[in-house]
Design a binder for this molecule. Structure first.
Ligand code: ACO
Length: 331
């Protein structure tokens, strides 16, 4: 594909609900300890959505901040892509609900289901639409309320998730702009689709009294089988974009990976031989917010002036599917 225009990130925003659930709170719910959670995952606390908050509510709050940061008007948005596996409803898409909340219409709005890799998938799709000249300002949002589909009796999963939203405006870059998307790589390995799954509620297993009783509408995960795959697939996605662009790890200013487990982030950093000071980590405060972890970490690092204009940022994720992907970008 010949590139007509370049895409760039023009604004970011994030939102987390007020309520905080600490590791000590979890000690009262399941047989676990603060020490186990900290040492095995790096997590200390996570934010929980209120009963009356759905994914589009979190996405809206993050979006307002991203629009302000991008210095565009809401009406300048010409496409919305929401990455989520815990949207407001099985259908319609959360993107359409967000479009309605923003008072917009008459352009494409759709969801992407790629688990924790969802925001990377959405960014890759947005990149194509900007580069071909079809769109000028695309709103992409990674948003999850996984705590509403969590099995609170399963200590292997219920300690892991938090709720949040990260919104990003992807815009057409000006001719003199140094900010731009450099490259992106996506992949999936469907042979392992059943390692991380919400078993009931779809056409394979429609909702019945039994499925509710047996907790089949909640997240089922074989965590330790995913662990090794996560490191391997993120390493491969990073290696491909670096080699394709004749870059090595020293050319990278920052690495932002999916925040699923501190041990996974550290193992990947070690395998890539990247200086650990360049690896952005915020898992302690938010836990695993699935498709929202990367856009939230990106927003936080930009607002804290850690990531600055012109920096080269490599991002990588993996998740349900099993999906994986990377994004290489100059901010
Ligand atoms: N508290 C105390 N003990 C626990 C807990 C807990 N919360 N959870 C599990 N254990 C116990 C287990 O029962 C087991 O005990 P046993 O040895 O007596 O049988 C022991 O701890 C070890 O269990 P493992 O599952 O092997 O622990 P592991 O070190 O693998 O950590 C974890 C589990 C944190 C889930 C890890 O495997 C992981 O992070 N995996 C990757 C998860 C992931 O990234 N998923 C994809 C993204 S999520 C998405 O897409 C929605």
């Amino acid at each position: 594909m010949s590139i007509k225009y370049y895409a760039k990130i023009s604004g970011t925003g994030m939102y987390v609900p007020d309520k905080i659930l600490t590791n000590s709170d979890l000690e009262k719910i399941v047989d676990t300890t603060d020490e186990w959670i900290r040492t095995r995952t790096g997590m200390s606390e996570r934010h929980l959505a209120a009963d009356n908050q759905a994914a589009s509510d979190l996405a809206y709050e993050a979006t307002i901040k991203a629009i302000k940061a991008a210095r565009i008007k809401t009406k300048d948005i010409d496409m919305i892509i929401v990455a989520t596996i815990s949207g407001d409803h099985p259908f319609p898409s959360t993107a359409c609900i967000l479009q309605q909340k923003l008072g917009l219409k008459d352009f494409p709005a759709f969801d992407v289901s790629a688990g924790c890799t969802g925001w990377i998938y959405a960014a890759n799709i947005a990149k194509q639409y900007i580069e071909t000249g079809v769109a000028k300002n695309i709103l992409i949002v990674g948003v999850e309320i996984l705590t509403k589909i969590t099995n609170w009796t399963d200590r292997g999963t219920c300690i892991l998730f938090g709720d949040g939203a990260g919104a990003t405006i992807i815009s057409r870059a000006g001719e003199k702009d140094i900010s731009r998307f450099i490259d992106s790589e996506l992949s999936a390995d469907g042979t392992h689709y059943d390692l991380l799954i919400q078993n009931a509620g779809g056409s394979r297993m429609p909702a019945t009294e039994e499925t509710v009783k047996e907790n089949l509408h909640t997240v089922y995960m074989e965590g330790n089988k995913i662990f090794k795959n996560a490191i391997r697939s993120m390493y491969s996605a990073c290696d491909i974009v670096l080699k394709r662009n004749h870059l090595d790890v020293h050319s990278i200013d920052w690495l932002i990976t999916h925040q699923a487990n501190l041990r996974i982030i550290q193992a990947l950093g070690k395998k890539m031989k990247i200086d650990e000071k360049k690896v952005i980590v915020n898992i302690e405060k938010y836990a695993n917010t699935s498709s929202a972890t990367i856009p939230m970490a990106l927003d936080e690092a930009i607002r804290n002036k850690k990531i600055r204009h012109g920096d080269i940022v490599l991002m990588a994720s993996f998740g349900a599917g099993l999906t994986s992907g990377s994004l290489l970008i100059r901010i």
